[in-house]
Design a protein around this ligand. Structure first.
Ligand code: B12
Ligand code: SF4
Length: 655
C-alpha cells in the first residue's frame, strides 16, 4: 500500500539514471507521514506498460498517482534528425508518459498529477497534453502539504504551484520556490530502490553510476538556451553543507562513492562554495578507505587554476561545460556569464589538471557551435582559437550542438535568430514546421543554414568538426593495418620498409605491435614475417582499435614521407611540396582543412593535382598522398568551406 504512486516514463535510455525526483519526493512525503511507491518504466516498450502499471496500482492502491517528467526530449536535435554518424533516437518521453497516463486512468480512479523539470518548462500545455487532473509547476513541496486537498479536490485555489481545471479552464496557481531539503533525503529504502534499478553488480562495481545529491537550486543568469532560471528560480537557494555531507556519508557507508552534486552551477559569481566543498571533501576522504569522487555543473569562470587543482585533489571529476563558442560577441549575445578568455583559460587549466588522471573515462569535449547567434565567422574564430591552443589532441571524442531547443519564453521569441522557423520532430519520423513546442522542437542559426545550403550539409560539417577539429576521433576510424598491408604487398615498399625499420624509431613501434599479437615476430621484411604480422593486425584492428591505430598511423605516415622522397619530380614543384607537407607533416587537421579549402573543392581534386605532376608509376606516391589525406581526416566540400566563410581562390598561397 502507498498513498502516492510515482511513475517515470522519461528516463533517457542512452544515458539511464535513477530518477532523483523519486528520492526527493519520497523524502518530502516522509516528513508529512505520506507513503510513496515508485515505478520507472525504463527499458519497457509501450506494450508492456499496461502490465507493469496495473500491477503497481493493484499492489499499492494509491490515493494519488504522480508522473515525473524529467525532460520532454534529449535537448539534442541530432537525436531526432538522422544525422550522419548518429542513429535516430526513439526518445519521446511525453508520448510514453501520455500512454502511461491513459493506462492509469483506466485502471485506477485515483487523481493523476504530473510534475518534474521537463513538465514545468511548458507546464500548462504539458498538463493538457497528458490528460492529467493536476500538474505541479516547479518544486513539489506543496503536493505533500496539501495532499488531502488534492485527493478530495478541495480548496485547490490555495495550493501553490498547482495547475488544475477550474470548471473547464486551466488554472495556474501562484508559483512558490522552495529551498533544498534541510534534512537527509536518502534512507535504506532509497538504497534498495537504487539496487533494484541498477542491479548490485553495477551499483557497487568499479564503474559506479553517479548518485544525485542536491547542493543548491536556482540561477540568476539568463543564457538564451537554458530553462533553469524559470524552473528552479532566479535566486540561488543553498543547502546546508552539513546536511549535504550527512547524505554523502550515508551513501559512502553503503559503498556508494560516485556523487553528482545537483545545482544549477557550482560557482555562481565566485569560487567560495567550490573551495569550501573541496576542503570538506579532502577532510571527508582522509578518514575513508573508499574515497568519494564527485561531479557538478560549473561555469568556466570563477575557478582559478589553484582552485581547480584543489578541486581535483578533493575527488572532483568535472561536470558539463557546453561552450557556445570562443567568440566574445557571440558569447555576449547568448548571454552566458563568461567570455572567450575565461572559457579558454578554464579549458587549458582543466586539461592540465586532468592530464595525470586516468580513470578509464574517455576524454570528451562538447560545444554548442550551432547556437542561434552563430555564423560562419563565429565558427571560424572559435575553431581558430581551439586549434591555436592545441586542444584537439587532448580529446578522444567531441560533440557539437547543432541546433537550439525551442522553449517558450526562453529560447524562442523576438531577437532570437531562427526561432521563428522551428521544426518539431515526431515519433513516426515525420517532422513539420507546424510547431508543437512541448515535443522535440529545434531551430537552426539562419546564417549557418544559408552558408551550408542545407540542414544535411550543416550537420555533416559539424560531424566532421567533432571527429577531426575538436577531437582525435577520426584517427581511430580507419583500419591502418589494412592501409599498411596495401603498401607491404607492393614491391615498391620492400626496400623502403627495411631501411625504414633500420633507421627509424618506428622499428620499436613495430616490434611493440609484434609483441601485442602472439605468435608473430616483427622486423623480418615484408616478404615474410612482417606481412603476416600486418595481416594479423588488420584482423585485430577492429578489436584492439585504439591501441593499434595510433602506432600504425604513425608508421604509415612515416613510410608515406619516405615514399614521397623517392618522387623527385613531385617534390620539384614548390606548391606540390607544400600540399604534401600539409598532409604528411605535423599540421593539425583543422589547419590542413582551412589551407586546402582555399585551393581545392574536393579530396579528388587534391589527388589529381598532386598526381598529375608525379612521374612515379609504382603506386608509391598515390599511396602516400592517400595516407596523408586519411592521416588528417581531410574531407573537402564546397559547403564545408562555406560554413567557415572560406572561398575558393585558385592562387591562394598555402601557409
Ligand atoms: C545532474 C543532472 C544530470 C546528471 C544526472 C546525474 C544523476 N546521477 O542524477 C547527468 C549529467 C547524468 C544528466 C543527464 C541528462 N540530463 Co540532466 N540535469 C542534471 C541537473 C543539474 C539535476 C537533475 C536533478 O536531479 N534535479 C533534481 C530533480 C529531482 O528536479 P526536478 O525534476 O525538477 O524535480 C523537482 C520538481 O520538479 C518536482 N517534481 C519532480 N517530479 C515530480 C512529479 C510530480 C508528480 C510532482 C508533483 C512534482 C515533481 O519535485 C522535485 C523536487 O522539488 C538538471 C538541472 C536541474 N537543476 O535540475 C539537468 C537537466 C534536468 N538535464 C537535462 C538533460 C537534457 C539531460 C539529458 C537528457 C542529457 C542527454 N542528452 O544525455 C540526460 C538525461 C538523463 C536521464 N536518464 O534522464 C536538462 C533538461 C532540459 C529541459 N529543459 O527539460 C536539464 C534541465 C539541464 C539543462 N539546464 O538543460 N543530467
Ligand atoms: S549559467 Fe548555467 S544554469 Fe544559469 S542560465 Fe546559464 S546555462 Fe543555465
Amino acid at each position: 500500500m502507498a498513498d502516492l504512486l510515482l511513475i517515470n516514463a522519461s528516463n533517457f535510455p542512452a544515458n539511464p539514471i535513477y530518477p532523483y525526483a523519486f528520492v526527493q519526493l519520497s523524502a518530502l512525503a516522509r516528513r508529512q507521514g505520506i507513503t510513496v511507491s515508485c515505478l520507472d518504466l525504463l527499458g519497457l516498450p509501450q506494450p508492456r506498460y499496461e502490465d507493469a502499471i496495473s500491477r503497481a496500482i493493484i499492489d499499492t492502491s494509491p490515493s494519488l498517482i504522480g508522473f515525473h517528467v524529467r525532460q520532454a526530449d534529449s535537448v539534442s536535435q541530432r537525436d531526432y534528425a538522422p544525422a550522419p554518424g548518429n542513429p535516430k533516437s526513439d526518445f519521446f518521453p511525453l508520448d510514453d508518459t501520455r500512454f502511461a497516463v491513459e493506462i492509469a486512468r483506466r485502471v485506477s480512479s485515483a487523481p493523476l498529477i504530473g510534475g518534474g523539470f521537463g513538465f514545468t518548462v511548458h507546464a500548462s500545455r504539458t498538463f493538457e497534453h497528458l490528460g492529467l487532473d493536476y500538474g505541479c509547476a516547479g518544486d513539489g513541496d506543496p503536493l505533500f502539504t496539501y495532499f488531502e486537498n488534492l485527493i478530495a479536490g478541495r480548496d485547490l485555489h490555495a495550493v501553490p504551484n498547482l495547475i488544475w481545471y477550474n470548471e473547464d479552464t486551466v488554472a495556474s496557481n501562484h508559483r512558490c520556490f522552495y529551498g533544498p531539503n534541510p534534512e537527509r533525503e536518502y534512507d535504506a529504502t532509497s538504497i534498495q530502490s537504487l539496487e533494484r534499478f541498477y542491479g548490485t553488480e553495477t551499483l557497487y562495481g568499479t564503474n559506479q553510476p553517479s548518485i544525485a545529491v542536491e547542493l543548491a537550486r536556482g540561477c540568476p543568469y539568463a543564457c538564451y538556451f537554458c530553462t533553469e532560471p524559470t524552473v528552479k528560480g532566479r535566486t540561488v537557494r543553498y543547502r546546508d553543507l552539513d546536511v549535504v555531507f550527512g547524505e554523502i556519508g550515508f551513501l559512502n557507508s553503503f559503498g556508494l562513492n560516485n556523487i553528482w552534486l545537483v545545482c544549477s552551477e557550482l560557482n555562481i559569481g565566485n569560487e567560495e562554495l567550490a573551495v569550501k566543498l573541496a576542503e570538506k571533501f579532502i577532510a571527508f576522504n582522509s578518514k575513508r578507505t573508499s574515497k568519494v569522487r564527485w561531479r557538478a555543473y560549473h561555469l568556466p569562470k570563477w575557478i582559478t587554476r589553484s582552485t581547480l587543482d584543489l578541486l581535483y585533489r578533493s575527488g572532483f571529476r568535472g561536470g558539463w561545460n557546453d561552450y557556445p563558442s570562443f567568440d566574445d560577441e557571440n558569447l555576449r549575445k547568448t548571454r552566458v556569464p563568461y567570455r572567450s578568455k575565461d572559457a579558454v583559460q578554464h579549458l587549458a587549466n582543466t586539461i592540465a589538471v586532468c592530464s595525470n588522471i586516468h580513470e578509464g573515462r574517455k576524454r570528451a569535449f562538447s560545444m554548442f557551435l550551432g547556437n542561434a547567434f552563430s555564423s560562419p565567422s563565429v565558427l571560424k574564430n572559435s575553431l581558430d582559437v581551439f586549434d591555436q591552443c592545441g586542444f584537439q589532441k587532448h580529446f578522444l571524442e567531441a560533440s557539437v550542438g547543432g541546433a537550439t531547443r525551442a522553449f517558450e519564453g526562453v529560447s524562442i521569441g523576438s531577437g532570437i535568430p531562427g526561432s521563428d522557423l522551428p521544426i518539431t520532430y515526431r515519433r513516426d519520423s515525420s517532422h513539420s514546421s507546424t510547431m508543437n513546442i512541448i515535443c522535440p522542437t529545434y531551430f537552426f542559426a539562419p546564417p549557418l543554414l544559408e552558408a551550408a545550403g542545407s540542414e544535411e550539409a550543416l550537420l555533416s560539417f559539424f560531424h566532421y568538426a567533432e571527429r577531426c577539429f575538436l577531437s582525435r576521433a577520426y584517427e581511430f576510424e580507419d583500419n591502418w593495418a589494412d592501409i599498411l598491408l596495401t603498401a607491404l604487398r607492393s614491391p615498391w615498399s620492400h626496400g623502403l620498409w627495411r631501411s625504414f625499420l633500420e633507421s627509424n624509431s618506428a622499428a620499436s613501434l613495430w616490434n611493440l605491435l609484434a609483441d601485442t599479437v602472439p605468435g608473430t615476430t616483427g622486423f623480418l621484411g615484408p616478404e615474410c614475417g612482417d606481412l603476416v604480422l600486418a595481416e594479423r593486425l588488420a584482423e585485430e584492428n577492429s578489436t584492439l582499435g585504439r591501441h593499434l591505430s595510433t602506432p600504425l598511423r604513425l608508421i604509415c605516415t612515416e613510410l608515406g614521407r619516405q615514399a614521397i622522397e623517392l618522387d623527385t619530380a613531385l617534390l620539384a614543384s614548390h606548391e606540390v611540396a607544400e600540399v604534401i607537407g600539409l598532409l604528411l607533416q605535423d599540421e593539425s587537421p583543422y589547419a590542413c582543412f582551412v589551407a586546402l579549402s582555399k585551393r581545392f573543392p574536393s579530396n579528388q581534386s587534391v589527388l589529381d593535382f598532386l598526381l598529375e605532376t608525379s612521374t612515379d608509376r609504382t603506386g608509391a606516391a598515390s599511396w602516400a598522398v592517400q595516407v596523408g589525406i586519411k592521416a588528417k581526416g581531410v574531407s573537402l566540400r564546397p559547403e564545408f568551406a562555406a560554413v567557415l566563410g572560406i572561398s575558393l581562390q585558385e592562387s591562394a598561397p598555402l601557409p
